[in-house]
Design a binder for this molecule. Sequence first.
Ligand SMILES: Nc1ncnc2c1ncn2[C@@H]1O[C@H](COP(=O)(O)OP(=O)(O)OP(=O)(O)O)[C@@H](O)[C@H]1O
Ligand SMILES: [Mg+2]
Length: 248
Amino acid sequence: MQGVLVLDGLHKQFGSLVAVDEISLTVEPGEVLGFLGPNGAGKSTTMKMAAGFLEPDRGTSSICGEDVAVSPKAARRQLGYLPEGAPSYGEMAVRGFLDFCAEIRGLSGGQRSRAIDNAIERTELQSVTEQTIETLSKGFRRRVGLAQAILHDPGVLILDEPTDGLDPNQKHQVRQLIADMSKDRAIIISTHILEEVDAVCSRAIIIDKGRVVADGTAQELRKLMPGRRKASLEDVFRHVTSLEEVAA
Ligand SMILES: Nc1ncnc2c1ncn2[C@@H]1O[C@H](COP(=O)(O)OP(=O)(O)OP(=O)(O)O)[C@@H](O)[C@H]1O
Ligand SMILES: [Mg+2]
């Protein structure tokens, strides 16, 4: 089945703070959507709700037609999710952790070992398979998170800053992996690296204070800068997002 992700009116408030304000978007099969925005804009909160790991105040997320709140099992079968930060279960060795994830995913026998080997290979974890996760460097831990996200070959990938902390070689490798996986899948990645939009995303959305403020291809976004022939995505980002207000 072709992967598709549909968010409809997602809203989340923490006390008086509106973290995510009516976000709707669709990621079609074959698309890699870049999810951009300043620190605290609401990217991770949106992605947690999209993945069914945080309950929204209102709005829905559906993965390959399955609502994450109504049919969480069916939705998660088609979902690979890389949360912010390091994977839990730091005391487990890499292969043991992936084996555990594969078991939860219902994979068994030859299918299970093939899936694990494939994920290890694609994220270049061969040299650390017996090392415990908590003793790995930051970039390797990130790649373990990525390996568990792609393990079961899901139709939809929600990746929260997948290249955060990776060295230039690994950044390149992971972007290549995302590009390879994008055929027939719907992928959303958050990032602060604007060059990543040109490198791997077919479209980007910029959010600010929980709201979508720009949506388009990199080329369309650059046109949002009035009167500038050679605007960079960084110019556009600064133009559409607001700096933190300084209290008088
Ligand atoms: N559990 C929570 N309780 C209270 N406030 C929260 C909670 N989770 C997130 N927030 C707040 O919601 C806002 C959005 O946070 P979020 O983590 O979604 O931002 P982000 O766009 O991912 O930022 P970053 O680029 O720094 O990762 C922030 O102001 C954050 O402090
Ligand atoms: Mg975040």
